[in-house]
Design a protein around this ligand. Structure first.
Ligand SMILES: [Zn+2]
Length: 266
């Protein structure tokens, strides 16, 4: 259970989690676990700064300034996406949150208004400019993801960036001034040329690659023939649920939308 309360703690306790990243690669102990303070404290000088970003049973610290873990032979570096099957779910969610904040902090060293250095804001999860006091909050990019259904058929598409043979649901970022529902209709029409109706919100999922919040819907096919936007996707097809292609990994909300819909017919 992750609590959302922002707090600051002066020094880590022995069982607090210590997160270190290089972009979206996370450092784990060889036994595939997130290091705790008592396991890494020997790598750090006592005056080195750690940033506390969250708490569960243990507090969580982000190594944002200097990464001594990278020089140690006791750690492996692995892409955060692959840790969904290695870590307990709650720890994976903590790692996702840490990576989201790590990316935000590393891209907001300086104030966007006056260019002076940002520093931690003491009373909330934010950075404040040392010169003009402009406050920067963590960036979160809402992105709708939708499963289009037509009875026992579902529409799946593949992006050129997907692993070979994998098909998934459609997704797209919300634009300024748009409601989530408008995004769903626009993206579907842009990407595959179809009209849909009866949108249903299913659930959402933080997706820190680098800073998305996925908002999951189902929508029923209404009209149109598949006409793909070749800049975005390379193929889209109606699949009978008895003969589905290779699907995205279980931890993804796209996969959950598919599995949940298909399960209704079993
Ligand atoms: Zn400023």
């Amino acid at each position: 259970m992750i609590t959302k309360r922002f707090h600051t703690v002066s020094a880590p306790k022995p069982h607090d989690f210590i997160f270190a990243f290089e972009h979206q690669q996370i450092y784990l102990l060889h036994e595939k676990k997130i290091p705790q303070w008592h396991e890494v404290s020997h790598l750090f000088q006592s005056e080195q700064h750690f940033y506390c970003f969250a708490e569960s049973n243990e507090a969580c610290y982000l190594i944002s300034e200097k990464n001594n873990i990278a020089d140690s032979v006791d750690y492996i570096k692995t892409h955060l996406r692959t840790t969904g099957s290695l870590l307990e779910k709650n720890n994976f969610l903590l790692a996702c949150r840490a990576n989201h904040l790590d990316h935000w902090r590393k891209t907001h060293h300086y104030c966007g208004v006056c260019g002076h250095e940002n520093k931690n804001k003491a009373d909330e999860q934010a950075l404040i400019c040392s010169q003009c006091n402009h406050v920067s909050y963590p960036r979160i990019s809402p992105c709708m993801i939708v499963l289009i259904t037509h009875g026992k058929k579902i529409l799946l598409a593949r992006s050129p960036h997907f692993p070979i043979n994998v098909y998934s649901t459609l997704a797209g970022f919300v634009e300024p001034g748009e409601s989530l529902e408008e995004t769903v209709h626009r993206e579907i029409f842009e990407e595959v040329g179809l009209r849909v109706s009866n949108l249903k919100y299913v659930r959402s999922q933080p997706w820190p690659f680098p800073d998305s919040l996925m908002v999951g819907f189902t929508a029923e096919y209404l009209s149109g023939e598949i006409h793909i936007d070749e800049k975005e996707i390379e193929d889209a097809q109606w699949f009978d649920m008895d003969s589905l292609p290779t699907l995205p990994p279980l931890m993804s909300i796209g996969r959950e939308l598919i599995d949940t819909y298909v399960a209704q017919f079993k």
